[in-house]
Design a protein. Structure first.
Length: 482
């Protein structure tokens, strides 16, 4: 069997620890090395992700260490882990390429942490046992806290601390669920636990599922567990904001899609989980958009919007069925492109302070970032010709098929609310009467222009490709639901 599943975790770890030595050679060497590593890693992950087809309908399982299956370390590659590993690799590549023209202080520490985050995220979506799931969650979290505080400003340091507290609570709840699982089943292997989970007492099953729902709800910032996200995403430097919002949140989404259907496979447990996700998802959609309406900082607007979009994904999972779950998967792809692109664009238009007033007229002064911002936020609203229109439509159709008309109405209502706050941003960013300081540099380096162009065009391409993507995500969702 191919060793790629373990290599995509080991490679960024080895590279992270080698980086301080590489950086001693100076910028003429280190930037091309990081650039090449970003592309090479993306290619390796794509090759690995394509390997799940080699086993047909069966997952590829990579055992490590020769332990018994009940406690053994194993990696698992199937359609779901392949999709998310490819998404994470794409997001990491975009962040690396953008960072090379943005991060100019503490580069060595920044890239070391960035590649450790990459290893942790990839391990999270590939592991087949609960213990190492917790290990990779912690690896990702511990290396992401310093990235939030990278600017060393007071607000950024406080936001990183706040993020750390919430993340530790989330990790503790997930660890509690894992302890209960092992104590009751004597196994940490996900497949073995799922097979025997229904034999546990109702009280124990409810405690495990409840701990996971709340722990994962914190990870992806579902209301009322969301308050860490706006300051962390807003106070971080722009590439880290894009990493947290566009990429890192997807690991929490993956765990929710992977674990909850596996443990609540039918009966009262499945109904309970779906109802909880419907309620929390609905609250998160409306609450996230209302929070964004009250902000006057552009990055906080985008951060609160991420809360709402995690609500769309939770709502799709709560609706269930191939359309609901497939729509949640499709929207994860769209959210990565449009939210990363929006943070990238804002980061090119203004540095340091992201008060909306400081962006006045910047869309005219910096046409490419302005165009990318308009495209990515238009996609966040859910308008055609953007791919998020197709993923939201998929969730709406799932809701209508399940007879959940109020749930279906939430998506157009969310679109109207987001159009209100992004419309306000457009009026400021494209203000024709704005003046600029002489000598203000809003030029966009070629590499950054490529990233901005890719995310903006990608928001349209996902609609053009939606017939193919729709069938693909329906097939993946069908494999999850069984």
């Amino acid at each position: 069997m191919s060793h790629l599943p373990v290599l995509v975790i080991a490679i960024p770890l080895v590279f992270a620890f080698a980086l301080p030595l590489i950086f001693l050679l100076g910028p003429r060497v280190r930037r091309p090395v990081v650039f090449s590593m970003g592309w090479a890693y993306f290619a390796v992950v794509l090759i690995m992700a394509g390997g799940w087809r080699d086993a047909g309908a069966q997952p590829l399982v990579y055992p490590i260490g020769g332990w018994g299956p009940e406690i053994g370390i194993a990696l698992r590659l199937d359609a779901l882990s392949a999709v998310f590993s490819a998404l994470l690799a794409l997001g990491m590549l975009l962040v690396i390429l953008y960072s090379q023209e943005y991060v100019d202080q503490g580069e060595s520490k920044y890239y070391v942490l960035l590649f450790i985050v990459a290893a942790g995220m990839m391990g999270t979506v590939l592991t087949a046992d609960f213990f190492n799931l917790y290990v990779f969650i912690e690896m990702t979290a511990i290396s992401s806290f310093p990235l939030v505080a990278l600017s060393r400003k007071g607000k950024a340091v406080f936001a990183a601390f706040y993020y750390m507290v919430f993340t530790m609570v989330s990790s503790a709840l997930i660890l509690l669920a894992i302890i209960l699982i092992y104590g009751a089943t004597g196994s940490l292997n996900m497949a073995e636990v799922a097979a025997g989970f229904g034999d546990l007492s109702t009280t124990l099953r409810s405690a495990i599922i409840g701990s996971l729902v709340v722990g994962l709800g914190v990870k992806i910032a579902l209301i009322p567990f969301h308050s860490w996200l706006p300051p962390a995403h807003a106070e971080a430097v722009s590439p880290v904001s894009a990493l947290l919002s566009g990429v890192l949140l997807k690991t929490g989404v993956y765990m929710m899609i992977r674990l909850l259907p596996m443990l609540a496979a039918g009966g009262a447990d499945a109904l309970m989980v779906r109802r909880v996700l419907l309620a929390i998802g609905s609250l998160t959609i409306i609450g996230g958009h209302l929070l964004a309406l009250g902000q006057d900082n552009m990055k906080r607007i985008l951060a609160c919007s991420s809360v709402a979009h995690m609500g769309y994904i939770a709502l799709g999972l709560g609706i269930g069925g191939p359309l609901g779950v497939g729509g949640a998967l499709f929207h994860s792809l769209n959210h990565l492109l449009m939210k990363s692109g929006a943070f990238f664009a804002v980061g090119r238009m203004v540095h340091g302070d992201f008060q909306l007033e400081l962006l006045r007229g910047k869309g005219r002064a910096a046409p490419l970032p302005g165009w990318a911002f308009a495209a990515c936020t238009g996609a966040l609203i859910g308008l055609p010709p953007f791919g998020s229109f197709a993923s939201k439509l998929m969730i709406v159709m799932g809701a209508l098929a399940a007879g959940m008309i109020p749930a279906a109405l939430l998506l157009p209502i969310g679109g109207v609310l987001s159009a209100m706050y992004y419309g306000r941003a457009y009026r400021v960013i494209y203000d024709a009467a704005a003046n600029f300081e002489e000598g203000e540099d809003l030029a966009v380096p070629l590499q950054t222009a490529g990233v901005l162009g890719f995310t903006a065009v990608g928001c349209v391409v996902t609609l053009v490709a939606s017939p193919v993507l729709w069938r693909f995500f329906l097939a993946v969702a069908g494999g999850i639901i069984g």
